[in-house]
Write a protein that binds this ligand. Structure first.
Ligand code: PMP
Length: 284
């Protein structure tokens, strides 16, 4: 396929990045994945804003406007075709002449982007939902999880533990046995009709899907929604558990550590919320 690298469009096999790039040496960079269905991007502005927040926190100076990013995304969709595409954006601090931990000054960030096929949009249909079984593990990653850093090794290891146990995702808890998030998703639970998700802090990534769901739920007065600390025991005792991400949307979890969630099928609240998500996700 055609990729974008530092202002140019070229074949994926022609694109070359220096091994001195700090993205390669340190995971010193920021990335985003934006879903695009039939040419319509989901949460574009919020994804770009999160990327800029991350770049600011890492003090990586890049002068790309939202319009510049939009053009790159649209160009990649056009050049690569396909109804359901994920657009990957990657900005690293750039290639240095030496390897030292401190931020170098006067280096140019490396900007890379490409499009890849993703599954069709999830729908709120109980009979053909993509369901998920998950593991539950203590969160042992670093303590700045709100930064969408490319240093993903901790996440990869947790994901791999779940995969080795035959699961599709791993939900994590901290030392206080409070649920944080999953290896590449945020977490929601439902108990007696109340929808809860852990509050935003340094322990979780502020998921755009989480944000969209909360906005949609708050626009309807019929939901009881709480952003609050959720214990591991509460998750294990929940009527429903969901994992959310840009491509999973509201992913119904049917098993945690081998134990069924509810009756082991996607729940009624999930069905309602995924349907509302499908209806309203492009409103924001
Ligand atoms: N948490 C982590 C650790 C993630 O990697 C992701 C996916 N990027 C999410 C949560 C979900 O975020 P989003 O809804 O923006 O995809």
């Amino acid at each position: 396929g055609t990729v974008y690298l530092n202002g140019e469009y070229l074949g994926a096999d022609e694109a070359k990045i220096s091994p001195m790039d700090r993205g390669f040496l340190f995971g010193d960079g920021i990335y985003e994945v934006i879903p695009s269905y039939q040419g319509k991007m989901l949460g574009f502005g919020a994804h770009i804003e999160r990327m800029n927040n991350g770049l600011n926190e890492l003090e990586i100076k890049l002068d790309y406007s939202a319009d510049t990013w939009r053009k790159i995304c649209n160009d990649l969709c056009e050049k690569n075709k396909g109804d359901n595409l994920g657009i990957y954006l990657h900005v690293s601090r750039g290639a240095d002449t030496k390897r030292a931990h401190g931020y170098p000054t006067n280096i140019t960030p490396t900007v890379f982007a490409f499009a890849f096929e993703i599954p069709a949009e999830p729908k709120g249909e109980i009979d053909n939902a993509t369901t998920y079984t998950v593991s539950l593990e203590q969160d042992r990653r670093w303590q700045r999880c709100h930064i969408k850093s490319t240093a993903l090794l901790g996440n990869v290891i947790h994901y791999q533990h779940g995969a080795a146990a035959g699961n599709k995702e791993t939900i994590l808890f901290n030392r206080l046995e409070e649920i944080t998030e999953a290896s590449s998703s945020n977490v929601f639970i439902v108990k007696e009709g109340v929808i809860s998700t852990p509050p935003l802090d340094n322990q979780i990534l502020p998921g755009i899907t989480r944000w969209l769901i909360l906005n949609i739920l708050h626009s309807y007065s019929d939901f009881k929604v709480q952003e609050r600390i959720i214990s591991k025991d509460e998750l294990l005792d929940a009527d429903e558990v969901w994992i959310t991400s840009a491509t999973k949307e509201v992913g119904p979890v049917v098993k945690v550590n081998g134990k069924l969630v509810g009756d082991g099928k996607p729940g009624a609240v999930w069905q309602q919320v995924q349907s509302l998500f499908t209806k309203h996700k492009f409103d924001y």
